[in-house]
Design a protein around this ligand. Structure first.
Ligand code: PMP
Length: 288
């Protein structure tokens, strides 16, 4: 697989097993999709500027100083797309300390590496809806920088996702330290009840997703803390994210949500989203 690694296109990059990030975590990354445009069938990265800007914010939080401008990273992504033709891809830029693990501190400014992978897309979540469980542990404290996309934040998420798979469902809804539901393992949460749409607040316990922003705009969703009863009695639930796109949730802890089928607002959001990603100039929809 061809990747962009520290300024060059290459076939592979291998860091030492004594790399700081392998021992103490501390890298940051992004997930970006490209879609083939309806207009000319060329593949274009969706919301590239927003993703790269979030990458730089995450890097700052983790004390990683990226030795390139945002322009250089964006152009590297576009060039990687060109080298892969017009295939729809999933891009994974990663920023990591080029530092040995002899000490746990990030305080001495480490040299920083940046690689960008472009992978073929696997099938996403089922469009007929997914079944989820609620989290067995409280995971997010605002103090641990949940708002950035850093590797330490994914430790508990991977474990919880494994628990979901182990009991035979697709994903898990995570709680914050007060037991409110915040997001899914790699996607944001939306709840619909009697045509009112809400999403858990950006209060330090979620990654404020780029897809979340688009859907909030379209649905005029408000931010509201979400309890287990809110979930069980919702008429619709869906999750949003670059990978998840707009995925209906039809069952939580064995409770059927609404009538157990994809709800009307969820369906409308799915259709609008798939139109938007392949027609970036489309102005979107105003309200549900
Ligand atoms: N929350 C978490 C924890 C995630 O990993 C993701 C995926 N990046 C999201 C939410 C959704 O964010 P986005 O819409 O920007 O992909």
């Amino acid at each position: 697989m061809i990747l962009w690694s520290n300024g060059k296109f290459t076939e592979g990059n291998y860091v030492s097993t004594f790399n700081f990030a392998l021992h103490y975590s501390g890298s940051v990354w992004e997930g970006i999709r490209s879609y083939r445009l309806e207009l000319n069938k060329s593949a274009q990265l969706f919301h590239l500027t927003d993703h790269i800007s979030r990458l730089f914010d995450s890097a700052k939080v983790m004390r990683l100083e990226i030795p390139y401008t945002q322009d250089v990273i964006r152009e590297a992504c576009r060039e990687l797309q060109r080298r892969n033709g017009d295939k729809e891809l999933y891009f994974r830029p990663i920023v990591y300390p080029l530092k040995d693990a002899e000490s746990s501190t990030r305080k001495n400014k480490a040299r920083v590496g940046v690689d960008i992978y472009a992978l073929p897309l696997k099938n996403g979540f089922k469009k007929t809806g997914i079944r989820v469980i609620t989290s067995s542990i409280h995971r997010s404290y605002p103090e641990i920088n949940m708002q950035c996309k850093s590797s330490p934040n994914y430790g508990a998420l991977s474990e919880l996702k494994d628990q979901a798979r182990f009991v035979g469902v697709d994903d898990v809804l995570i709680t914050d330290h007060n037991g409110h539901y915040t997001e899914a393992s790699t996607a944001n949460l939306f709840v619909v009840r009697r045509d009112k749409v809400w999403t858990p607040p950006n209060d330090g316990s979620i990654l404020p997703g780029i897809t979340r922003g688009i859907i909030m705009d379209w649905t005029k969703a408000v931010e509201k803390k979400t309890t287990k009863v809110d979930l069980i009695t919702a008429s619709e639930i869906f999750i949003t994210g670059t990978y998840a796109e707009i995925t209906p949730v039809i069952e939580v802890d064995g409770y059927k949500i609404g009538n157990g089928e994809v709800g009307g607002i969820t369906q409308r959001m799915r259709e609008a989203y798939f139109k938007q990603v392949r027609n970036p100039l489309w102005p979107g929809i105003g309200g549900v």
